[in-house]
Design a protein around this ligand. Sequence first.
Ligand code: MOS
Length: 697
Amino acid sequence: MSTGAVGRAYPRLEGPEKVTGAARYAVEYPVDDVTYGWAVPAAVVRGRITRVDAAPALALPGVLAVLHHGNAPRLAPGPEPDLWLLQEPAVRYRGQLIAVVVATSLEAAREGARLVRIDYDAGPHSTVLTADHPGLYRPDQVNPSYPADTAEGDFDAGYAASPVRVDVTYRTPAYHNNPMEPHATTAQWRDGRLLVHDSNQGAAPVQAALAELFELPREAVRVIAEHVGGGFGGKGYAKAAVVLAALAARQVQRPVRLALTRQQLFGPVGYRTPTIQRVRLAADTDGRLTAICHDAISQTSTMREFAEQTAVYTRSMYAAPHRRTTHRLVRLDVPTPFWMRAPGECPGAYALESAMDELAIAAGVDPVELRVRNDPAVDPEQRQPFSSRNLVACLREGARRFGWTDRDPTPRSRHEGRWLIGTGVAGSSYPVRARAAAATATARRDGGFLVRIDATDIGTGARTALWQVAADALEVPPERVELRLGDSDLPPAGVAGGSMGTASWSWAVIRACEALRRKLRDAPGAADEEVTAEVSTADEVRAQRTLPRYAYGAQFAEVRVDADTGEVRVSRLLGVFAAGRVVNPTTARSQLIGGMTMGLSMALHEEGVLDERYGDWVNHDLATYHITGCADVERIEAYWVDESDAELNPAGVKGIGEIGIVGTAAAIANAVHHATGVRVRDLPIRLDKLIALSPLA
Ligand code: MOS
């Protein structure tokens, strides 16, 4: 018997705290004797620091210290070279954080940072990704651990022998995560122990990284992240702010608050790699795919390899006898790329789902029908049935809700005054995974329950969802349950990332609640004592069967393009998703339309513009790096189909953090083509590109 909390719409538990300003973020905790850190970025792309003159900064009232490679506390070299900060004179990309000024006020720290004089020996650099870069190589694997290349059948022969063919290359630029709250930390050392209030997507990996860098036992490091103002992947691991704050606090022996500036989020904490993707599709005259090839090129840094899984989406999405996918990388003098919402799947789906649209036109088949016809019965590469696959249901339901049926496929066939109107569709999928997690459940003497787990709520509603899950597992009204998360002193539970949060954490919460109920049943006399059960799902997760498992979606877009100016408006976005059980319709809808909005942003607005002479992105603030705002979002709808999948995890969830962005940009690009007859193959779709490719009027 469940109390029915799961599946019911609850507002976020912490909503009132957030809107009244009572919720505290990483640099908002009151701390005695606190000081402020301000990071200094490198002004050259590649080279070494020859001299640091801190005297002008130190002469400023309030400045306590200037840390740099010549005087900063030593760190142990860890697995993450990006975190080995202030340890050596080498500069590996422009904007690398190479010094920190610590002062008694934020203003003095900022002014001090401006006054530090740094001299460099600079060498030549290479910062632009090109399809013929001499440094291109094949990585051993791509994230998280897929083979770089796959091949089945004979692509070249299959492609050559097919009557309908598409051979197209798409480009996506660098994208930068811009959470409202930057990477920010308050660090305090006490008796050799390190306490950080840090903005991240998981306390445990931050704790592990700090313990390693500062050569401490894990228990000597405590990481608290109770409220986090967004992450989107960019806070999925320890980043510069927390390391710099801990170094600075050790040096000045006082607590240090350090927040990266908006400009410092454009590089030092990672970004989505630009991509160059060639997609070749071949089909018979009915649009049945015979050959698929997806060749993806992306970049990494000279510090470490980050190999985004751009073409992996194509491996399981549509069936064809002849298939090939490849990944090539080049090491550039740039910051290391990192996770950004649906890393790999998102840019990969843009390319494949755009190419499917081009194939639909070449074959004269409706693009919804084309996808339905090529829906595989089993995973094309793993050759196993899917745990559940409801892409077709999403396409059909989406087509019905969107009003797709009477669509005239002819480009430029609809207009209202100056506005050319078009519609587009794309598929969407994202893998379903779970991580091991631990949790405790406690029965209190007053009849209440406390559930503890070091999960992180980065604004998704995770806290609320887990509270609902706990109430159902305990079979009590949710009001009797208290949930605690966001603290490395709680049972470890892994990051909020990879759309794995709710799947992994609810698993541990359910098992802990079940264990507690067994304890209470076996010892009924203990009602006047507090009883706690502690579990880890490590063995259970490891032993899990591994049928291919994915969430699916269908994205529909309507756009209006001004025939004179090329201005693009997305007048409607509609997504239908199959993501297992939905724990909380309110927060789920927010996640899905949030992802779709970011997809709109990718289609029309976001672009890191790199200047090779300068070796860096020239637009690194929110005035020049454009992000979709509320006025850009007109009608946006997210729905889901009923899906019950017993293979997944005890809560039956697939994860909804990333599926919403996958496919959105392709649906919009396809709609722009339908509206105008112009196919823009390098994002973002700007009016100047539309006009350059074909005068619209
Ligand atoms: Mo998400 S990019 O897996 O945090």
